[in-house]
Design a protein around this ligand. Structure first.
Ligand SMILES: Cc1cc2nc3c(=O)[nH]c(=O)nc-3n(C[C@H](O)[C@H](O)[C@H](O)COP(=O)(O)OP(=O)(O)OC[C@H]3O[C@@H](n4cnc5c(N)ncnc54)[C@H](O)[C@@H]3O)c2cc1C
Length: 400
């Protein structure tokens, strides 16, 4: 009977874990280990692009790729992890139940946006977190043209001015004008509780964000937060009322609830602490990768962010190391000392920084070309060509 590697999730962490595990089996000419990916869809959903229009296209099929490298795909959503019996129970697409056994488990179930208990938030706010919710926003934006002109129709409020909020807001003028016409009197407003623009991203990158906001006419309301949302707008903590038919919540990501079924220390986002080989601390058979893993990227005190850049590398190491353990070969300690940021700033361009202190290296069109390359090529899965796909999964290939 073959030994079983079970990977939960087909995002960046899960796909690259599967490819990397397959690469190591191939390298050692072993066919006594089976790799299975369990996820609701056999597609890599390109979350970093969900603030863009045409969101239904932001996915890449995985069946042919998995077939090419010998990875089995099971469609379903994991419900329970039974570590004692090494079993994962899942719900199939049609609603029936299934079980999968494992010798080693890789948890790669990603993260999701948390909506705070603010009045009206669940019913009235949009988000760009998952393909379905981003598609709802897109349909809503298209439907605005059927409404009579009003301040509310023409105003988008983006709640939260972090990475996702800024990318969403700076794309909005073009998206609104595409629907309402070039001469529409539109407003895009970012509401953030920090006293400064882009406080969480630092002083180096801020001037580019300020310049882009001014160029695009984006307003920032700082030092306050959203206290309620309704069909006609938002009310802020300082009492201001903004009429808006489109409120987009962008703050607060949390690791998959499956992490709660694995005993262990978690960070404030619910991510499981992992060791240098990406095994969950205190567990013999469970690895975590991507947005569910709290992993040191270097020995200087930096930790992986919830980012694609980290999820791809974490995936390659986790897959390599889970297979290495079953094959009895040495694992490769996760290390990703280089950190970059490429922030899309709509029609102004983009800004590219290097280092955890975000030193600006490229701005405007040059950075935009890089962002386009990242978003349309680099983060997509490799073609369904066995040799090329396995070669691309080497954990020692730097991501950035
Ligand atoms: C709008 C937006 C913009 C972003 N921009 C950037 C950016 O510019 N740069 C960057 O580096 N990062 C960016 N990110 C973050 C990046 O998308 C995530 O960090 C990345 O997707 C994490 O990869 P992952 O594989 O851990 O999780 P995900 O990509 O979330 O994949 C999780 C997978 O697990 C599956 N899954 C979930 N629950 C279950 C279950 N119970 N059973 C089975 N399968 C399950 C999902 O279906 C999916 O296949 C952005 C995110 C958003 C939302």
């Amino acid at each position: 009977m073959k030994q079983q590697i079970l990977i939960i999730g087909a995002g960046f962490g899960g796909v690259w874990s599967a490819l990397s595990a397959a690469r190591l089996l191939d390298k050692h000419d072993r066919n006594d280990v089976e790799i299975t990916v369990l996820a609701p869809q056999a597609e890599l959903r390109i979350r970093p692009r969900f603030y863009e229009p045409n969101v239904h296209n932001m996915k890449a099929p995985l069946n042919d790729l998995f077939d090419a490298v010998g990875v089995k795909f099971v469609q379903g959503s994991a419900e329970t992890i039974d570590e004692k019996n090494k079993l994962v129970s899942f719900t199939k697409a049609a609603g029936s139940q299934g079980k999968l056994s494992y010798d080693r488990l890789v948890l790669a179930a990603g993260s999701h946006l948390m909506r705070p208990p603010v009045e009206g938030m669940l019913e009235h706010a949009f988000d760009v977190d998952q393909i379905e919710s981003a598609a709802r926003l897109e349909a809503h934006l298209h439907a605005l043209k059927n409404l009579p002109a009003s301040a509310a129709r023409n105003t988008v409020v983006v709640a939260g001015g972090g990475f996702t909020g800024i990318e969403t807001a700076t794309e909005m003028p073009a998206r609104l004008r595409a629907v309402l016409g070039d001469n529409a009197d539109i407003r895009v407003i970012v509401v953030d509780r920090a006293p400064q623009i882009a406080a969480s991203l630092g002083d180096g990158i801020r001037p580019s964000i300020v310049e882009a906001s001014e160029h695009l006419g984006i307003e920032w309301i700082l030092d306050t937060s959203v206290t309620s949302v309704d069909a006609g707008g938002v009310t802020l903590a300082d009492g201001q009322r903004i009429e808006s038919s489109t409120v987009i919540w962008t703050v607060g990501f949390r690791a998959s609830p499956l992490t709660e079924q694995v005993q262990g220390t978690r960070d404030h986002q619910g991510r499981l602490h992992v060791d240098q080989n990406l095994k969950v601390r205190g567990h013999a058979d469970v690895f975590a990768t991507g947005d569910v893993a709290y992993a040191a990227t270097d020995d200087l005190g930096n930790f992986a962010a919830m980012s694609c850049q980290h999820a791809i590398a974490l995936g390659r190491y986790a897959g390599n190391n889970v297979a290495a353990e079953l094959l009895g070969v040495e694992p490769i300690a996760y290390s990703q000392p280089k950190y970059v940021t490429c922030l899309d700033l709509g029609a102004w361009g983009a800004v590219f920084t290097e280092g955890w202190d975000r030193q600006v290296k490229l701005v405007k069109q040059e950075a935009k070309e890089l962002k386009t390359q990242i978003n349309t090529v680099w983060i997509y899965p490799p073609a369904a060509d066995r040799a090329a796909a396995l070669a691309a999964a080497d954990p020692l290939i730097p991501v950035a």
